[in-house]
Design a binder for this molecule. Structure first.
Ligand code: TRP
Ligand code: MN
Length: 452
């Protein structure tokens, strides 16, 4: 690993999971245009997220990071973003209220467009084409034209991200997230579900508490924390041409920042120590996530931490474990122990989705709600056992009424999956399954906080 870091120094390392562009001239032209555009995120916001994550690493807050597996260029308009945002608000309020624990809210949103794939090509009826790698790279239709990586998609991704981010900033700060509006966050299809009803009860209690406090003379209008939330964005930093073009130097702090999101993460497939993705991320001032699957050894983790966080800065690293429900008890404790013994305190976050993907009897890529819960329980148990703090949840969801994951209180079955299976990528929790998950975690957190 060369010691001199530059936004472009990843180019002399092996870059896995990246497309090869035929038209290098068009690619360079796109990179030139992107590098002249404003950063989507500003350094002060990144520092603020880092402070919030430092609180998580001290066991004083909980990280909630969720959104789509992959965003799509076709999902236009306010609906999808607003519905995802309101479910995250609902989950946050459940955790904040029931566990009396501050929640750091981070979306997998406004930039989550690139997907790693297990194979470079896909074969259908004897025809071989490049795999679909997410809308920032190529199109999902099975035609040679759609599957050709197209550099102009980087500019489309930028403008989609800017539009989404603008909407999110408005929703977070403009009144929608006001605690007085808590009853408005429940979507119609969730309202009648058991979790929906449970949420409405909790919302009643919040409304009553606010009214009580106000009757006692507390001036809610002068308390900005009640009216807005801090909401941060994140995505997997996969397409380094895009990330490099949005990297900016900040004179004030003397640091480089990735301008595409507050937090960027390394995938399980791109965390090779000598690889391009590690090289790129190590130079940024952003919060950095690392996905860790069952193959990660304690040594892998410690060496990654040395490279990505040599100065052991609080709030810098979020280790996102995705072991699978049947392996978490076995694979997670050795990592926790090694990191604790090294005197390090990263944020530990559980992704109970990616280690639990299966194919249904009728051919749908799905996940069992029960398995997701099982991995989460295993995650909390492992931290309890090792004396580390179980700091967060990383999950794939949508606010829409989809049928992609089995089980939950709705008891969705294989047959039920076909009704509204809309994911172009991984199966997501729907609005009521997400709420159900939040109630389950709240119960565990509450017990954990009680026992200190
Ligand atoms: N600003 C506080 C927070 O983010 C309280 C708050 C306002 C809140 N609106 C919210 C909490 C919506 C959860 C959901 O914690
Ligand atoms: Mn996914």
């Amino acid at each position: 690993m060369s010691l001199v870091w530059q936004p472009s120094s990843w180019r002399s390392h092996t870059a896995l999971q990246m497309p090869s562009y035929h038209d290098t001239h068009a690619l360079q032209e796109t990179e030139r245009r992107l590098s002249g555009l404003p950063s989507l995120i500003f350094p002060g916001e990144i520092s603020q997220l880092r402070e919030r994550l430092a609180a998580v690493s001290r066991g004083e807050a909980f990280l909630l990071q969720g959104g789509d597996c992959a965003e799509s260029f076709d999902e236009y308009g306010q609906g999808p973003v607003e519905s995802t945002f309101r479910v995250i608000l609902q989950m946050a309020v459940v955790l904040t209220y029931a566990a009396a624990c501050p929640v750091v809210k981070v979306g997998r949103i406004a930039g989550q467009f690139a997907k790693p794939r297990s194979s470079d090509t896909e074969v259908q009826d004897g025809v071989t084409l490049p795999s679909y790698r997410g809308d920032i790279i190529n199109g999902s239709a099975f035609t040679a034209q759609a599957r050709q990586p197209d550099p102009t998609r980087l500019l489309t991704a930028y403008s989609h991200s800017a539009t989404t981010l603008n909407l999110l900033r408005a929703l977070a700060q403009g009144g929608f997230a006001d605690l007085h509006e808590v009853h408005r966050w429940t979507a119609d299809f969730v309202r009648s579900s058991p979790q929906g009803e449970r949420f409405e009860e909790l919302a009643d209690r919040i409304t009553q508490s606010l009214a009580f406090m106000e009757a006692c003379g507390f001036d809610a209008r002068r308390t900005p924390q009640l009216h807005a939330v801090e909401f941060y964005t994140s995505h997997e930093a996969l397409l380094l041409h895009y990330e490099e073009a949005l990297t900016r130097f900040n004179e004030r702090t003397g640091n480089w920042y990735g301008g595409s999101a507050h937090m960027l993460w390394l995938g399980e497939r791109t965390r090779r120590l000598d690889g391009a993705h590690v090289e790129y991320l190590r130079g940024l001032g952003n919060a950095i996530g690392v996905k860790l699957g069952p193959s990660a050894s304690p040594d892998d983790v410690l060496r990654l931490m040395d490279v990505l966080d040599p100065d052991q800065e609080p709030g810098r690293l979020v280790l996102i474990t995705r072991m699978g429900s049947d392996r978490v008890a076995d694979r997670l404790p050795p990592l926790l122990r090694a990191v604790r013994r090294a005197g390090r305190t990263p944020v530990w976050c559980c992704d109970p989705m990616h280690g639990n993907t299966v194919t249904s009897s009728n051919g749908f890529k799905t996940r069992d709600f029960e398995r997701i819960l099982q991995e989460l329980r295993g995650f909390f148990a492992a931290h309890g056992q090792e004396g580390t703090y179980a700091g967060g949840l990383h999950f794939e969801m949508t606010g829409q009424d989809v049928t992609e994951c089995r089980g939950g209180a709705q008891e969705l079955t294989d047959e039920g999956l076909s009704a509204r299976y809309r994911s172009a990528c991984d199966p997501r929790l729907n609005g009521s399954q997400s709420l159900e998950l939040a109630f389950q975690i709240a119960a565990v957190l509450k017990a954990a906080h009680k026992s200190g």
